[in-house]
Write a protein that binds this ligand. Structure first.
Ligand SMILES: [Fe+2]
Ligand SMILES: [Fe+2]
Length: 436
């Protein structure tokens, strides 16, 4: 009986609330690292992981509200602030590789341990809904740990200059948690772990990158396709298929912009913003992967795949709400092409491109709703007098400024990419048709 009755409702709600804030902090930190992460596989993985975490965060929050019904307020008490101040410092990794390493080797395993401790004390019958939520959260965590470790190993090998300090950072965070009794997390006024001196020596406050990092294994260009600097005719046939794949892989910028909005605006936003922005970020990285997998299936090596970043970089000199406007501006401007291309690609016999566009279209419809809702909310919340269309104008101006900076070399580079890719795709024996 002792084990079944060890946690009453008030204590359970207090612990689950801390889990919610823990997930939330980690989502904001991971989002803050997405734009500055160069390593390709890490860039693809972080958005998916933060989206999974947002599902758990949503369920935890909902459960706390149930246990405290009808109380609606969920906030950290002053006694909890030092612990969460320490949690925030996990994001102070000295470089992007270090963040991925510490996430998979130390932080996610630590969270798994905390959830296991709660699950072993909570009652299977009386607190069944919490047990259910954590069971699924723990299964996701185990999957995340395995994927993060594989990705971190690849990142350490691909970025040897960052590897030494990345390993040292992971060891320092691990040490701070090893000498701290994990049960302290559950105490009424939890004292944070005291970090070792080398933790403090290595940590670098997280400053989100405003110029997106790109993996040097790829072909880095100012504009990945001619119609990215001079919007115009998208072409037809093989040209349209190639264009779509290149545009899709370059939607990495949209994942970065959604991550930036989450990181910048999330901490003061209503909780539903975290869920929407995390989903937005994950969707855009799936669109990016659609293009990447398509190009790989067509036989392109990473070094032949052009990546630009002008649409993300266009947000560097504007405020956070206008950055949200930039992603919304692109969504609203190009959404009409998606449905039409689903049909076009199917008519060409390219069922995979058609399938990609169909699901892309479904995602984009929700994104425009996210854009409208949150731009409106943030303008209201901050007392910003601008209308939605004024924000869109400011966003458009920031993007046009980047486009105006395209010089002859940039344009020639885009034209050369275009020609090389089409030559490869239309060469005798090309694998394009087989991959359709
Ligand atoms: Fe997209
Ligand atoms: Fe989108």
């Amino acid at each position: 009986m002792a084990s079944r009755t060890s946690l009453m409702v008030t204590e359970s709600a207090a612990i689950l609330k801390r889990f919610y804030f823990l997930e939330r902090e980690l989502i904001h930190l991971a989002a803050g690292w997405v734009p500055g992460t160069a390593h390709w596989e890490s860039k693809l993985l972080l958005p998916e992981i933060l989206w999974e975490s947002s599902i758990l965060a949503r369920e935890l929050r909902q459960r706390v509200l149930e246990l405290r019904f009808p109380e609606r307020r969920i906030a950290l008490e002053s006694g909890e602030a030092p612990l969460f101040g320490f949690v925030r410092r996990w994001g102070h990794a000295p470089n992007a590789v270090a963040f991925v390493v510490v996430l998979g080797d130390v932080i996610k395993p630590f969270m798994l341990d905390l959830y296991q401790r709660y699950a072993s004390r909570a009652d299977q019958l009386d607190d069944g809904p919490s047990q259910f939520i954590l069971r699924h959260g723990m299964a996701d965590l185990e999957g995340q740990i395995a994927r993060l470790r594989t990705t971190a190993t690849a990142a350490l090998a691909a970025f040897p200059a960052e590897a030494k300090v990345a390993r040292e950072w992971s060891a320092a965070v691990a040490q701070s948690l090893q000498r701290w009794p994990h049960d302290d997390f559950f105490s009424t006024v939890p004292a944070p772990p005291g970090p070792p001196t080398h933790f403090t020596a290595l940590e670098k406050p997280l400053a989100i990158a405003r110029a997106a990092a790109r993996d040097p294994r790829f072909h880095r260009v100012a504009f990945a396709w001619p119609d990215r600097h001079s919007p115009g005719n998208a072409g037809d046939g093989m040209q349209l298929r190639a264009r779509q794949a290149v545009h899709h892989v370059n939607e990495v910028w949209a994942a970065e912009m959604a991550a930036a909005c989450l990181h910048d605006l999330g901490p003061a936003a209503p909780p539903e913003f975290l869920e929407d922005a995390a989903r937005w970020c994950y969707d855009e990285i799936r669109h990016c992967r659609m293009g990447y997998e398509r190009l790989k299936a067509w036989g392109f090596r990473d070094a032949e795949i052009p990546l630009d970043s002008f649409s993300y970089d266009a947000g560097a000199g504007v405020d956070a709400i206008t950055r949200l406007g930039i992603i919304f501006y692109f969504e609203a401007t190009y959404i009409h092409t998606k449905k039409e291309r689903t049909t076009k690609f199917a008519a060409m016999g390219d069922r995979l491109s058609s399938h990609d566009m169909d699901f892309d279209w479904a995602d984009e419809l929700i994104h425009t709703a996210y854009g409208k809702r949150w731009l409106g909310e943030f303008l209201r919340q901050s007392g910003d007098e601008r209308t939605l269309s004024q924000v869109k104008d400011a966003a458009r101006a920031a993007v046009l400024q980047k486009l105006a900076a395209a010089d002859e070399d940039d344009k020639q580079a885009s034209a050369a990419i275009f020609q090389r890719m089409l030559d490869k795709l239309t060469a005798p024996g090309s694998t394009t048709a087989a991959a359709s």
